[in-house]
Design a protein around this ligand. Structure first.
Ligand SMILES: Cc1ncc(C[n+]2csc(CCOP(=O)(O)OP(=O)(O)O)c2C)c(N)n1
Ligand code: SF4
Ligand SMILES: [Mg+2]
Length: 313
């Protein structure tokens, strides 16, 4: 039962940020950089319900906390339900005090909790049309438990549950499931605001969080956040790879308001081939070793090209 931690709300003496140093995230972790930008953009008038995952584990080794704002750890699957409870309590308080609450409620988690295990509760939260912003830190796998595949994992990724080079020809390519289209799922819930971005463009994250904060209704922001051991990359490659994900067309920066595509970030011309992105990551090393691998690179290029056409990038 006591899987729940609540932090004290003191801001660190050594940092002006609401997510202070001293956490245990890997050097160069895309998720911690993004979360810090998110926290500082939201400001202290915020309550966060955080699902289990690397962000929670590395920032709150009991009894310590890096969070300088009200923050609660929920189970892996139920951050949205916890956020709904907080939202209901704030509404009740507003009625009793006849004063509108200025606090923004946030639920957040990794791709595993968002795309897979928490999707039912997330769908329920969205259905209730509450004024809650959900943020997904997408590192394309269950990284806290050793880089297993999630439904956010890209085609042909080598993960510990989809090991490349083992089994039949199709098994040997690594993951052979398509990355789930969570943006489409969010849009199907008629959210006020839905956006996708990457840690390669921090100013874009700030702009999107600011917008979602002001929106009175449910919203969803998904941020691509490279993982050092999970992607088998060096600590100094995080930003460069997140940029390449966008520039190749694999992870477009897009924004929908009331279901309408209101902005998309154009990619640089000439178009960067997906190979430039894949070849710098150990999780795709196997694709450069034989003809089967090269076929998968061509297939991933088709996925990127489809995005470029769909969003007119
Ligand atoms: C119900 C449940 N199943 C499994 C786990 C073990 N577990 C803890 S963190 C984690 C991975 C989280 O993946 P993700 O949500 O993508 O976040 P990341 O660690 O990648 O940031 C898993 C499987 C758990 N805590 N609870
Ligand atoms: S394992 Fe990945 S997600 Fe977890 S702290 Fe390290 S870099 Fe970040
Ligand atoms: Mg993950």
């Amino acid at each position: 039962m006591n899987n729940t931690k609540i932090n004290n709300t003191k801001t660190s003496a050594v940092s002006n940020s609401l997510l202070s140093p001293g956490h245990r995230a890997c050097a160069g972790c895309g998720q911690i950089i993004a979360a810090r930008i998110v926290a500082d953009t939201l400001g202290p008038q915020t309550i966060i319900a955080n699902a289990t995952g690397c962000l929670e584990v590395t920032t709150t080794p009991y009894p310590e906390s890096s969070w300088g704002m009200p923050w609660i750890h929920s189970l892996f699957e139920n951050a949205p339900a916890v956020a709904s409870g907080i939202h209901a309590a704030l509404n009740y308080k507003s009625k009793v005090e006849s004063q509108k609450s200025k606090v923004k409620v946030i639920a957040q988690g990794g791709d595993g909790s968002t795309f897979d295990i928490g999707i039912g509760l997330l769908s329920g939260m969205w259905e209730r049309n509450e004024n809650i912003l959900y943020i997904c830190y997408d590192n394309e796998g269950y990284m806290n438990t050793g880089a297993q595949a999630s439904s956010a994992t890209q085609w042909a990724t080598n993960t510990t549950t989809t090991p490349a080079g083992i089994g039949t020809e199709i098994d040997a390519i690594g993951s052979h499931l398509f990355k789930k289209d969570m943006i489409a799922i969010a849009l199907a819930h008629n959210l006020k605001y839905v956006a996708q971005t990457t840690i390669g463009y921090p100013l874009d994250i700030i702009a999107k969080i600011k917008k979602a904060k002001e929106i009175n209704g449910p919203s969803y922001i998904q941020i691509l956040v490279p993982c050092i051991p999970g992607w088998k990359i060096e600590s100094n490659q995080t930003i460069k790879l997140a940029k390449l994900a966008t520039q190749t067309g694999l992870y477009p920066i897009i924004e929908y308001t009331d279901g309408v595509l209101t902005s998309s970030q154009k990619i640089n011309q000439p178009q960067t081939p997906v190979e430039a992105y894949l070849k710098q990551q150990g999780r795709f090393n196997h694709l450069f070793k034989n003809e089967t691998g090269r076929k998968q690179i061509k297939f991933i290029q088709q996925i990127a090209n489809k995005n470029i056409r769909k969003y007119n990038l």
